[in-house]
Design a protein around this ligand. Structure first.
Ligand SMILES: C[S@@+](CC[C@H](N)C(=O)[O-])C[C@H]1O[C@@H](n2cnc3c(N)ncnc32)[C@H](O)[C@@H]1O
Length: 494
């Protein structure tokens, strides 16, 4: 395929208003597929059009089986022998179509002149895939159409004419004109929801999060755009096991132990395979590094919500350098298994399948990286935004508070607790810490200043300058190019 097919097309500036919301769900029309999908085992290794076929399969499974694209796609790619460019093209097709699904669905509903819940998942996935190539990538329209329809023809032949007709209609006008049509009459929030494919409640929550953490509401567009951009793949070199200079890629901007991989595939990096380095968002690395950096009494450290083990691996590596050990808890067997794998190169970790609310300690340092909505990591989990519900925030609020209280209880006098989320949502971050600390003599440490010492960057850039006198830290995808991690550091009284 020509090189420029693989490049995302630069998005033109947005314009006008209106509504339309996609329904998904049970389908009846659009033709039932009759070809059936082959299992991966039967795939010809160098099948023509493999990127589009794999992308289409992932989209169908995300829609029909609630699969996670960030788990399914790498597994499928690992079974092929694609070169780096084709793998990147497949990833852009899949993640791009998912990230902008609400926008494409609004367009498909208009172009097909029918409600989406009357379209079967297989042709719908083909339309989303085609729409992404036509409206957001530099794929020539004729290739986007014919190659996408060819995939549908092989596996759902009775629907290929329908997919072809809809994609043809989509290709007749440009993205800006479609945007104007599908947003005509929408409220300002509704318009942003469609244009950036974020459910309205998330648009509102992000606006509130920006304001709540002391930033400008005018940054919203940049934040939503960052959620729709491909996230870099970064790897952390576990301190004491390997130096980042020994890894391929460029040094990360903030984390002193990270590199950004440009062309290397993580599983092909020996140090990753051997457990001496780990794929990890830079923001996650910074949370672990910040806790490790703060002075505390000697003694064992704990990670109360450790699975799958990214931060635990960094903490354990540093704990080993300091002659101490890490207790890693998780309530899920499977997640503890992942922690064992992430810390395979270290011998100072005890894993515990246990509800961390029963942790006893005392621990010198405690990380509590609580279960959260994940709204800060939408760029890495492209379908998560459609699965999350506003009520999830309240559902997690009690557990988040209980886990933070348990962390403080399990912490030794004079010890340090780090509370973190991969969400900037105000109710999961500032409100939890403020609530739990009210009436206690726990000291809130200056997390932005600690991050400044770890990174060499200016503390103000990390600060959540709302409550907590600027002592909480909030990272942002559109500012730091990291996941949206929140960090509060606290010292228990002696
Ligand atoms: C945000 S993830 C942690 C990510 C991890 N720190 C990392 O960096 O790889 C939250 C974890 O908390 C675990 N969890 C949820 N409730 C828990 C509880 N009551 N006790 C211990 N772990 C819990 C979940 O199974 C999940 O693995």
């Amino acid at each position: 395929m020509p090189a420029d097919e693989r490049m995302p097309r630069k998005r033109p500036a947005r314009n006008t208003p209106a509504a339309v919301r996609k329904p998904t769900g049970t389908r009846s029309a659009g033709g039932k597929q009759s070809g059936g999908r082959p299992s991966d085992e039967r795939e010809p290794r160098h099948a023509k059009n493999l990127p589009r076929r794999i992308a289409w399969e992932v989209l169908v499974d995300v829609e029909t089986k609630d699969s996670y694209a960030n788990l399914l796609l790498p597994a499928k790619l690992a079974r092929t022998h694609m070169d780096h460019q084709d793998a990147a093209f497949t990833t852009e097709l899949t993640y791009g179509a998912l990230r902008q699904q609400e926008f494409y669905d609004a367009i498909i509903a208009k172009a097909a002149n029918r409600s989406l819940d009357t379209i079967d998942p297989e042709p719908l996935a083909g339309m989303r895939l085609g729409a992404h190539q036509i409206l957001s990538m530099r794929v020539p329209d004729h290739a986007a159409l014919s190659e996408t329809v060819a995939v549908i023809k092989s596996y759902a032949p009775k629907t290929s004419g329908f997919v072809n007709a809809v994609l043809r209609r989509i290709s007749e006008i440009d993205r800006a004109e479609w945007l104007a049509r599908v947003t005509a009459g929408a409220t300002a929030v509704g318009e942003q929801a469609i244009e950036y494919s974020h459910p309205e409640w998330i648009v509102r929550a992000m606006t509130q999060a920006l304001k709540g953490h002391g930033r400008q509401a005018s940054e919203l567009q940049a934040l939503l755009e960052a959620d729709n951009a491909a996230a870099k793949v970064s790897v952390s070199a576990l301190p004491g096991l390997i130096d980042r200079s020994e890894l391929p890629g460029a040094p990360t901007e903030f984390s002193p132990i990270g590199v950004t991989l440009e062309t290397a595939v993580p599983k092909n990096v020996d140090a990753v395979a051997a457990g001496r380095a780990r794929v990890q968002d830079e923001g996650s690395a910074l949370v672990a590094l910040a806790l490790a950096h703060v002075q505390a009494p000697t003694g064992t450290w704990a990670d109360l919500c450790a699975g799958p083990g990214g931060k635990a691996a960094v903490l354990a590596a540093i704990a080993k350098q300091r002659g101490t050990t890490l207790d890693a808890f998780d309530s899920s067997d499977h997640r503890v298994e992942l922690v064992r794998s992430s810390t395979q190169a270290l011998d100072n970790v005890t894993t515990r399948v246990q509800d961390a609310r029963d942790a006893t300690g005392p621990y010198a340092k405690v990380l509590v990286d609580v279960p959260c909505s994940g709204l800060g990591a939408l760029r890495r989990r492209p379908e998560a935004r459609y699965r999350r519900r506003p009520e999830d925030i309240n559902a997690l609020a009690g557990l988040q508070r209980e886990l933070l209280r348990a962390a403080l209880d399990a912490c030794a006098p004079g010890g340090v607790v780090a509370y973190s989320t991969c969400s900037p949502h105000y109710a999961e971050t500032v409100l939890v810490v403020d609530d739990v600390l009210r009436g206690t003599d726990v000291e809130v440490l200056d997390a932005p200043a600690v991050l400044a010492e770890v990174t060499g960057a200016d503390a103000a850039g990390f600060s959540s300058v709302s409550r907590g006198a600027g002592r909480y830290a909030q990272l942002w995808p559109h500012v730091h190019n990291t996941d949206g991690m929140f960090l509060a550091l606290m010292r228990k009284a002696n």
